[in-house]
Design a protein around this ligand. Structure first.
Ligand code: NAD
Ligand code: MG
Length: 401
């Protein structure tokens, strides 16, 4: 049994809380070294006390002072800012980093963990969407171990041949007999809604996911299926699979979490109840297995598993993600950044639901061909995409007013 020393980036979020739930079930297996959060200071303080974290990181000085007051008398040291996030992701005494910050903000600490050769438990798919080539290169160069937390990619990981992940193996899935990667998608809350009523969708309706409880941003992404689009890009980098070998299939019950199809016609899948503690527990102790607090899969009660093809008229964001992946370069980073902006504006009730795909399409067209030779190029593309999205939305406002 291996003892793991953990940093959990985004400890106060949905993935962070689920991670600590699994950790709490196995006090003999884990030490919590660092926990990080942004706004929920009381929750972070409570977590630090419960798990006796050595460090807590927040982003600004005011929050740090408030957290220090809450942690007075404890052994937790409070650190501030992006550099501190990178610091706790690369501490020598840490072997595993759960990267569960939401959005592009998660890139730098995840990269720091990879560069420090950690076991990187990657929930922050935006890291791979923005900078997949550079991140995978860092994992390779620094002998980091990359374990996907996203349920689909965790399922693919479990369904791939073990030899694929061995050091020095040919990272071409076709060389291992893999024909296709099949990513499942629930289809979200609007899978069967009348197409002509999509324009009336409210944030409350969009974040009410039928099967999963998640943060607001990823919940909206699931409703538009941008989440699956980002996951196609994520799968491309994780498994070195060309876009035409990655297929999305809608599976409303969210029991089959994804599949790998082989040349001989075999399809291997990973099934479980939709509970993120399963992929989290898998990655926390890989290649061992531990109890995760998840209910047994009662297939007789579930009865029926169904599958259907996604409709790109209903889910144009999925098509945009395939387009961005095909365009390559900075296009995925542009799509990702613009998406963060439009989703925030939608959650803020500043824009209607259908402005999400329309704005993303316009930003991708406007910024096509931006350079992507370095991480700095991608950061610049990210910033430009945010500006372009805001500009286009402001134009939209003026137009409507
Ligand atoms: P969440 O909104 O519940 O939590 C986000 C966490 O990140 C919080 O701890 C918050 O404090 C922190 N954070 C937010 N903005 C930050 C910033 N600018 N700087 C530093 N920290 C910041 O989100 P979540 O649902 O837990 O998702 C986290 C990541 O995991 C996302 O990338 C998401 O796509 C991915 N993911 C989530 C699920 C899920 O079931 N929730 C499934 C698959 C993948
Ligand atoms: Mg997923």
């Amino acid at each position: 049994m291996t003892l793991h020393a953990l940093t959990i980036l985004g400890a106060t979020g949905t993935i962070g809380v689920n991670t600590l739930d699994v950790v709490a079930r196995h006090p003999d297996r884990f030490r919590v070294i660092a926990l990080t959060g942004q706004n929920q200071i009381e929750k972070l303080a409570q977590q630090c006390r419960q798990f006796q974290a050595r460090y807590a990181v927040v982003l600004d000085a005011d929050k740090a002072r408030a957290l220090e007051a809450l942690l007075a008398g404890s052994n937790t040291e409070v650190l501030v800012g992006m550099e501190a996030l990178e610091y706790v992701s690369s501490l020598p005494e840490v072997d595993s980093v759960m990267a569960a910050i939401v959005g592009a903000a998660g890139l730098r600490p995840a990269l720091a963990a990879a560069r420090a050769g950690k076991r990187v438990l990657l929930a922050n798919k935006e890291t791979l969407v923005m900078a997949g080539r550079f991140f995978m290169q860092a994992v390779h160069d620094h002998h980091a171990t990359l374990l996907p937390i996203d349920s689909e990619h965790n399922a693919v990981f479990q369904s791939m041949p073990a030899a694929y992940f061995e050091r020095g193996s040919n990272r071409n899935p076709a060389a291992h007999g893999v024909r296709r990667v099949l990513l499942t998608a629930s289809g979200g809350p609007f899978r069967t809604r009348e197409l002509d009523t999509l324009k009336d969708i409210t944030p409350e309706q969009a974040i009410a996911h039928p099967n999963w409880v998640m943060g607001k941003k990823i919940s909206v992404d699931s409703a538009t299926m941008m989440n699956k689009g980002l996951e196609v890009i994520e799968a491309h980098w994780l498994f070195n699979a060309p876009p035409e070998q990655i297929e999305v299939v809608i599976h409303p019950q969210s029991i089959v979490h994804s599949m790998v199809e082989y040349l001989d016609g075999s399809v291997l899948a990973q099934l479980s109840n939709p509970d993120m503690r399963t992929p989290i527990a898998h990655s926390l102790v890989y290649p061992e297995r531990i109890e995760a607090g998840v209910n047994w899969l009662d297939l007789a009660r579930i009865g029926t598993l169904t599958f259907e093809a996604p409709d790109l008229r209903r889910f144009p964001c999925l098509g945009l993600a395939y387009q961005a992946l095909a365009a390559g370069g900075a296009a995925p980073a542009i799509l990702n950044a613009a998406n963060e902006e439009v989703v925030a504006a939608f959650l803020d009730k500043q824009i209607p639901y259908l402005a999400i795909p329309a704005t993303l399409d316009a930003v991708l067209q406007r910024l096509a061909g931006q350079p992507a030779e370095s991480l700095e190029d991608l950061m610049a593309a990210d910033a430009d995409a945010r500006i372009a999205a805001r500009e286009l939305l402001a134009l939209d406002h003026a137009h409507r007013a």
